[in-house]
Design a protein around this ligand. Structure first.
Ligand code: FES
Length: 509
């Protein structure tokens, strides 16, 4: 197999404008932290309302979850409607569907209004299963489509001739190229007075009538309103870390040998397999994703790509492996994202927990947040409010999640591998015992070994090695660190303690 490019396809074929870091205090009506799809669409909507916005991005625009998505624009969030009817009732389940269906419609309308060329393609979406135990779930899901008035049903055949025992189809869904869609929105924001700053990581928020975002550099951005659109909200007044759990999943993009007949597919069972097509370099490419697991709890992560490659080879034949990448998603306990005021007494808002369905959910979030800011009614605000805590089935999951976290905390502390690191392969990381401390060691090609204390700086769980991304990942709430311990993804704000570097010679001694 040829060596793939280890970045998302979207970023490889779209050149985005770059922006400077914020170096002096700025004022805006709305300061938005996070330059992903939610931040950009919120900024676009606020700009259309005539408000001045500032976006602060820690890294580069669209280099987080958005850049790593598979970009299905669909209200078919795997199997969810039967579960929602049970947990929050039929009316709320219908609202969830309508919010996401309207979001997809908003994207389509915006494409038309702005004349955006972003490979928009409408097609049906399918959840299918080969697991007898899931057949009943698909039947119930199809019944819930009927109750909620969703255009879809069980089907006997699908365009892609994969074997299945049961499949449920949702009509009129779509796929697109997310970066090609968002680039013109970024240009619109800037053209209409908005300001964007990259490489400007936020550290804290100063509350008040005019809340201020304090950057790590010490510079402030002050607004009438602050929106936190950073995947995991770094301002955690809502204790999000206890209500969300992080998952990782993997994507490969291939040039297939067989022609793909269209449609978007996902399995109901684990390990998930999700398939959609796209265009790369003027030719059809397939995105195959899945093999998800809780962050820090998978097999050696490189094996996940191999599993997807095996599946793709069998189903489609691989003429060329184009790209491989992975992504992290946050899953809320009751399956409904948290969107709204992060602090009920302050003009601070956040949106998080989009599961793996960020394309429509980001629009739902941007609409709710921009309506709250300009005091417009939004009929979906209550359903997604972070204040809620629906008891069933979230509570059971919540308790389990917290016991998982506690177990990880304790196990991580006791789980010294007592390896001395001599066998550490080049370009790999390993947990070792370093002078009595559980340490993460990574060896570079020149033999230099980086050592970090693997105790997560968020709440003290122990990080594990992610060999596909070469990062230290925390299984509790999803913080991720580079080989030298720098924070790549929150909620942690501080780096892992650096235990130093060892030259090859020192290591051997
Ligand atoms: Fe919370 Fe690591 S992310 S303890």
């Amino acid at each position: 197999m040829n060596e793939a490019n280890h970045e998302p396809l979207w970023r490889a074929d779209t050149k985005l404008p770059s922006f400077p870091a914020l170096t002096e205090q700025v004022y805006a009506d709305t300061v938005i932290v996070g330059g992903g799809i939610t931040g950009i669409i919120t900024a676009y909507m606020m700009t259309k309302e005539g408000k001045k916005v500032v976006i602060l991005e820690a890294d580069e625009l669209l280099n987080g979850t958005t850049g790593h998505t598979t970009a299905k624009v669909t209200a078919q969030h795997n199997l969810i409607y039967d579960q929602l009817i049970t947990s929050v009732g039929e009316d709320q389940a219908r609202m969830y569907y309508e919010a996401n269906a309207e979001a997809a419609h908003w994207i389509k309308e915006t494409i038309e209004q702005q004349g955006i060329d972003c490979d928009w393609q409408e097609e049906a979406a399918y959840v299918y299963t080969n697991d007898e135990e899931k057949e009943k779930s698909l039947q119930k899901e199809a019944e819930s489509y009927k109750k909620l008035g969703i255009d879809g049903a069980l089907v006997d055949s699908m365009p892609w001739k994969v074997p299945f025992k049961q499949a449920v189809q949702m009509n009129g869904q779509a796929r697109f190229h997310p970066l090609k869609f968002l680039k013109p929105l970024v240009e619109y924001i800037v053209k209409n007075g908005g300001a964007i700053y990259e490489h400007s990581p936020a550290e804290d928020i100063e509350k008040g009538e005019k809340p201020a975002v304090l950057l790590k550099s010490g510079v402030k951005a002050i607004g009438n309103h602050v929106v936190i659109a950073t995947h995991f909200p770094f301002y955690d007044n809502g204790f999000y870390f206890a209500k969300l759990y992080p998952t990782r999943s993997y994507v490969i993009a291939i040039k297939p040998k067989k022609q793909f007949p269209g449609g978007m597919y996902i399995t109901a069972e684990q390990p998930t397999r999700s398939v959609r097509s796209t265009v790369y370099d003027g030719q059809e490419a397939l995105l195959i994703s899945g093999d998800g697991h809780k962050t820090g709890k998978g097999q050696p992560t490189a094996e996940h790509y191999q599993n997807l490659i095996k599946f793709a080879e069998k189903e489609f034949g691989i003429e060329k492996l184009l790209f491989t990448w992975s992504t992290q998603d946050l899953v809320p306990m009751d399956k409904i994202p948290y969107i709204g005021k992060a602090d009920k007494d302050e003009n601070i808002y956040s949106a998080t927990g989009f599961k793996k369905w960020g394309m429509t959910t980001s629009v739902v979030a941007a609409r709710i947040l921009s309506d709250l800011i300009v005091n417009k009614q939004n009929r979906y605000a209550e359903l997604f409010s972070p204040d809620r805590f629906k008891a069933d089935p979230g509570v059971k999951q919540f308790v389990k999640q917290q016991s998982d976290v506690a177990a990880t905390f304790v196990k991580g502390k006791l789980d010294y591998f007592f390896k001395d690191g001599d066998n550490l392969p080049v370009n790999q990381g390993m947990i070792i015992n370093w002078e009595g401390t559980r340490a993460g060691a990574f060896k570079e090609e020149n033999g230099t070994v980086h050592l970090v204390d693997t105790t997560c700086t968020h709440m003290g769980c122990e990080c594990e090695w992610n060999d596909a991304e070469r990062t230290w990942d925390c299984p509790c709430h999803g913080s991720r660190y580079s080989i030298s311990g720098e924070v790549m993804e929150g909620p942690a704000k501080k780096p892992l303690k650096n235990l130093g570097e060892l030259g090859d010679q020192t290591w051997q001694e």
